[in-house]
Design a protein. Structure first.
Lengths: 703, 133
């Protein structure tokens, strides 16, 4: 009995111990709470070697994918099993290590009972290998403990893995949402933004703190649009690619397409989910294209470029500017500001009145005009304004205009800068981009083409006007003598038929006809010369010419014809022979002397002097005749240009001679001009010819 | 061919081209008209103050004061001088249209037939307001 009692008592003890151990095993998941897999393996190994009489234990658990599994190894310290041998053993285990078997001790000292227990289904959470020299290993108890321990570990590890997978997929989803290239946000029933992803924050330039909690209507540029969107969503409509304009923190506008729906729980509106796709670049590219097309139409439709550029500026706003202007370089080099545009009339007046002068400005803000280069200043600071200001007044004006971004692009034609287009962003808070610069340059290129076309057209029109005026005067000048001649001839016949043709009348009319015919001949020659000059085909035939001799002979001729005038020649030196067209220079000299005689009607001295001047020759023909009123000093060199006092005195003349003379002299590289102290005070004509070697073949031919 | 003419048959020729002025004046004088010449509008205006013509032959393109300016000034003159009929003789283009603008009774373009001028003068001297007196 005692034995039996002792045996029962042993059994009871053993049972109690088993119960205690099983309870301990069942509490392991709680202990392992936030253990890592390797810690779980170690902990399980510790627990099991305390419960089962083992010579060898290996708990192998998988770590994260790609890493080798973790082995927790226990060996009886006095046994022959080193940890390396155990691992080799575990590695060698068959794929399904379910059943018990016997293995030999490595040192040949007998057999070990061995058991392998998979962790989880098919060992997906690891494996547990236990071996012992105990004679009845593995007993039922041994199996129980090892299996329960393995299951506990497998359960925790599998749950852990499931949790990790869930977390990972949640993290992936949230990463996806957060980092999606489309903007995402949710709006609560109160119309405030509940959440927004990075792309949306980046799109609008807000931080998360600034953005979350803001009424979504705040960021919409068009109140009607968001009202419509919210209305449709609350009617359970889904939106696909609904176009809208959002206002960024910096004031700039983004064009977006919105896809959205609302989440409902029963009748309760939870939130709206909204995808925001930024199509600003697409829209702006379209707008830019449209701007260029419309500007092209405007520019092609008119040659009045003030009005045209005005229209173009209107088109450029608001896409490229809040305000801006064209500056145009006039023929005299001065800059004229046109087509300025500003919504605010007061500031418009400032733009119109601001005067531009190259000297006053630095190259920074007017580089387009001064050097034909684009200026791009998207971030204008107070310091910058200081740097470019021409003075305190200019600074005050610029501050008043309050611009923050500026682009100035040249209007160029070939190497010439015709003007500049300058565009500003001010109150809208927008900044110019590289794309804006490119678009502005394209716009300026087209405007320049139109300005150049208008200029060419203007020149052509002016040339046509000059030609028509010339033809009108020329036809008048031709018809008058013809009419006189015809009248004289008819008068001769008429008088003859009536027997009234006496000798005096005959002589008078024949003289009249002869004189008129001479005039017509001269006029015809002059008109031919003018015509050739205007077509640029008056050829010079330069030769070495003794100018002194030429002048002498012309003077002698005139002196003979005009005894009432005293012609005097004073040669300051005896000039070297010049290379000129002697026939044409003679024509000039005859004209100058002829005028001096003609416009000194009562006779008088005419002094001709010639001397060296600036490496060339200067010839003066000075008379004491009727003189030239100041407004006619230049006018007399234009076709049909005649001085008023000459006309009033009925002094014959067409007004072509001096025009022709000046053209001839200029073709020689020289200058011809008039000086006079005024009416009644005589006239001096001055002719400067360059040094002979200046008269080359190039200068001699008219291109 | 000779017609009876009023006792006073005054014609003023305003023309800067001497040949034309002289030929027309000579021809009209041979017809028995009393003729005077002016070389531009200003001279003509001065003349009509003391010598009221029955007809004015007017060139258009003239120095100092052209035909248009003369006609405008003539119409502002006091008394009969404003109503003296004007025949335009001009080398300008579209002379008839211009004559209409000026309220001229007739226009002849240069070069003209001398006979036509003499006939026109006869016609308008008989019909004109001065001739009715």
């Amino acid at each position: 009995v005692p034995d039996a009692a002792a045996g029962r008592s042993d059994e009871v003890r053993s049972l109690r111990r088993s119960m205690r151990d099983l309870v301990a095993l069942s509490t392991l998941p709680a202990v392992w709470g936030d253990f890592r897999a390797d810690q779980i393996a170690e902990s399980l190994a510790d627990v099991l070697v305390g419960m089962v009489d083992l010579d060898l234990l290996l708990v192998r658990v998988p770590l994260s994918p790609g890493q080798p599994p973790y082995d927790a190894v226990r060996t009886r310290t006095d046994g022959p099993y080193a940890s390396e041998q155990v691992r080799t053993l575990a590695d060698a285990l068959p794929a399904d290590p379910g059943g018990a078997r016997t293995i030999s001790r490595p040192d040949g000292g007998g057999a070990l009972g061995m058991v392998a227990v998979p962790l989880g289904l098919g060992g997906d959470s690891g494996v547990l290998v236990a071996a012992s020299e105990a004679p009845r290993f593995p007993s039922e108890n041994d199996r129980l403990f090892l299996t329960v321990g393995a299951n506990q570990a497998a359960m925790v590890l599998q749950r852990r893995r499931a949790e990790e997978q869930l977390q990972r997929s949640q993290r992936e989803l949230s990463d996806f949402m957060e980092n999606a290239v489309v903007g995402l946000h949710r709006v609560g029933p109160d119309g405030r933004i509940l959440w927004a992803n990075r792309a949306e924050l980046d799109l609008l330039g807000y931080t998360s703190e600034e953005y979350i909690g803001r009424p979504v209507a705040d960021v919409h540029a068009d109140p009607a649009t968001i009202e419509d969107i919210l209305g449709r969503l609350s009617a359970r409509e889904e939106l696909h690619n609904y176009p809208a304009r959002l206002r960024c923190k910096d004031g700039s506008i983004k064009h977006v397409l919105i896809s959205s729906n609302a989440r409902w729980e029963g009748d309760r509106f939870v939130h709206t989910r909204c995808f925001t796709r930024d199509v600003t670049e697409v829209v702006r590219a379209e707008q830019g294209r449209e701007l260029l097309v419309r500007a092209g139409e405007v520019l092609a439709s008119s040659l009045d470029w003030d009005a045209t550029l005005d229209h173009v500026m209107d088109l450029a706003m608001p896409l490229l500017a809040d305000f801006g202007f064209f500056d145009v370089v006039e023929a005299d080099g001065r800059v004229r500001r046109i087509a300025s545009a500003h919504e605010d009339p007061r500031r418009q007046a400032i733009l119109d009145s601001s005067r531009w002068s190259r000297a006053d400005h630095t190259d920074l803000n007017v580089c387009a005009l001064t050097s034909g280069r684009t200026g791009f200043h998207p971030d204008i600071t107070g310091a910058w304004l200081h740097a470019v200001a021409a003075g305190p007044e200019h600074l005050a004006v610029m501050r008043d205009l309050a611009f923050r971004s500026m682009v100035t692009v040249p209007l160029r034609h070939g190497e010439r800068t015709l003007g500049a287009l300058t565009l500003f962003f001010a109150d809208s808070g927008r900044r110019h981009t590289e794309d804006d610069v490119a678009l502005s340059e394209e716009l300026a290129r087209r405007a320049a083409m139109a300005v150049e076309n208008a200029r060419l057209y203007g020149e052509a029109q002016a040339a046509i006007r000059v030609r028509d005026e010339f033809l009108s005067i020329a036809s008048h000048e031709l018809r008058n003598p013809v009419a006189g001649m015809k009248g004289a001839a008819q008068m001769l016949r008429r008088a003859d038929e009536r027997g009234q043709l006496d000798g005096a009348r005959l002589r008078r009319y024949v003289g009249m006809i002869e004189q008129t015919a001479n005039r017509l001949a001269t006029l015809t020659e002059d008109l031919l010369d003018v015509s050739r000059l205007q077509q640029g085909v008056l050829p010079l035939r330069p030769r070495r010419t003794d100018l002194a001799a030429l002048i002498g002979s012309v003077i002698a001729r005139f002196q003979e014809q005009s005894p009432a005038h005293q012609l005097a020649l004073d040669l300051g030196c005896s000039p070297d022979p010049a290379v000129v067209d002697p026939d044409r220079i003679e024509q000039v000299l005859e004209n100058l002397l002829g005028n001096a005689v003609k416009y000194t009607p009562g006779g008088g001295p005419i002094e001709v002097t010639m001397g060296p001047d600036q490496g060339g020759l200067l010839l003066r023909v000075r008379d004491r005749g009727i003189g030239l009123p100041e407004p006619f000093l230049e006018r007399i060199f234009e076709p049909f240009g005649r001085a008023s006092n000459a006309v009033e005195r009925n002094i014959e003349g067409l007004g072509l001679g001096l025009y022709i003379c000046r053209q001839i002299v200029e073709q020689h590289g020289g200058r011809l001009w008039a000086e006079s102290d005024g009416e009644g005070k005589g006239t001096t004509m001055l002719l400067r010819l360059p040094a002979s070697d200046c008269v080359t073949d190039d200068a001699a031919s008219v291109a | 061919m000779r017609r009876r003419l009023p006792d006073e048959r005054r014609v003023l020729i305003v023309e800067d081209e001497d040949t034309i002025g002289e030929v027309v004046a000579d021809a009209l004088m041979l017809e028995g008209y009393e003729v005077r010449r002016a070389r531009n509008g200003r001279e003509a205006l001065e003349m009509v103050h003391e010598w009221l013509p029955h007809l004015i032959l007017l060139d258009l393109m003239m120095p100092v004061m052209d035909g248009w300016a003369f006609r405008a000034a003539q119409r502002r003159l006091a008394g009969d001088a404003a109503d003296v009929p004007v025949v335009v003789l001009s080398g300008a283009r579209e002379v008839r249209a211009r004559a209409d603008e000026l309220g001229a009774v007739e226009a002849m373009s240069k070069p003209f037939e001398l006979n036509h001028v003499i006939e026109a003068v006869g016609r308008w001297i008989e019909r004109g307001p001065s001739a009715a007196e």
